[in-house]
Design a protein around this ligand. Sequence first.
Ligand code: FAD
Ligand code: 2HG
Ligand code: ZN
Length: 478
Amino acid sequence: MSAFEPLLQSLRSAVGAANVLTEGNLSAWEQDWRKREHGKALAVVRPASTLEVAEVVKACVAAGVSIVPQGGNTGMVVGSTPDTSGTQVVLSLQRMNQVRTLDAANLTVTVEAGCVLQSLQETCEQAGFLFPLSMASEGSCTIGGNLGTNAGGTQVVRYGNTRELCLGLEVVNAQGEVWNGLTGLRKDNTGYDLRHLFIGSEGTLGVITAATLRLYPLPASQLTAFAAVPSLEAAVELLGLAHRFLSAGLTGFEVMGQFALGLVVKHFPQQRVPFQSMGTPYCVVLENSDHESEGHARAQFERLLEAALDSGCVLDAVVAESMAQARSLWHIRESIPLAQAQEGLNIKHDISIAVSRIPAFVRETDAALEQAFPGARLVNYGHLGDGNLHYNVQAPQGFDAEAFLKNQEKPINALVYEAVDRFGGSISAEHGIGSLKREKLEQHKSPVALQMMRAIKTALDPHNRMNPGRMLRLSAAE
Ligand code: FAD
Ligand code: 2HG
Ligand code: ZN
């Protein structure tokens, strides 16, 4: 009998034998989305309620076994999969997927952590409300994962990150106790705001089991435009005009480099990407959400685009004529990470820099990369409205991507992150740290900040059972 058999028995009695997976192909839980690492779980445990989560945590802690909380396993930084030891329990929240209540007057919805983002969006829309968090992974990522990573996405320019959308949490802490903080209050100054500790903690402090989230009225109309711009400077100028002309109506502003769009054309040839023959270095997709009418939204967009064409920051633009056309324009943008994955393993930099400094950062860093790594292909795109770029690097054409990654990832990261520091930016804007960027966190965060983070971690999880080895190194030996 394995030393873990008593724990497995406790887990089976907590959640039912069918929900403790130890055999067969567990790759869906053991391998990360980017296929960077394939771990080995002691078991994948699938509780159906907060009390079951609490029992699982208590049993694991008593047995000295660590827990890896997992939602949709779409994370980008290898944070939701087990290590290769075969001794960690993956705690999957997928069965906890219910919308508990929707409070129309309070403009809030309370939902379980395993609810898939798209399914929450649809439930809210059917009730006449907008839950604005949106990203290409929304068909599989979960609210718990969104909160665990403080995910961003494509509507942050108007509605903020997941943190801004969350009013309350329910959490099972590292002792297996339930903290019910599902207040739905917009004002509550009763001491430290624990909610903000758990948001963005990547499963290292406890398990989020439910959340109370903000809702917004559905806009009367949402219009999407796709514009060709002559430079990143021009894209930033267009952003300024969009803020001025659309004000709070500006709900999306994404930039896409020509090579990134070329990957979509190559891997998804059925998609029609506007302005490909123009050869402009960048395109922008922008969205205007209007609470009056489609006519009003269109008139605003026309005024904006007229000003932008006059100033030369836009060379050409199309405005979607229908919802279907709008969706297909957004689909182009959302297909870039998938096209990049089809092209092969790649090096990702999810960085943020003040919008005003982005053109200079890209100009200097593009040149430095081209000089140091000739032929490396830059897949530059992202949430320009938030100052967040996915400044990714693909192996030179014809190179073995795995070998390129092995030999060049470190020096490429060093070059890019040195520039990010110089420009006062962040090495992780929205994806988090996971295990991929743990060393980088140490190099780019101040010793004082790291010491306070470690103090929080050891106070809340003194035995380091919650997602150990992710985000934060507790000692030099770890
Ligand atoms: P997982 O990958 O399962 O987990 C992510 C982290 O959260 C892990 O550390 C895990 O331990 C922790 N966690 C999960 N559930 C819980 C819980 N209940 N309690 C505590 N901790 C938990 N991200 C963006 O920010 N913006 C984007 O635009 C975006 N686009 C994407 C597009 C694609 C195609 C893909 C594949 C990913 C994209 N992502 C994006 C990354 C990813 O989808 C987000 O990070 C998402 O929030 C992860 O949710 P998940 O449920 O898959 O979490
Ligand atoms: C996006 O914005 C995601 O599409 C994924 O954050 C970014 O793949 C990436 O680098
Ligand atoms: Zn992104």
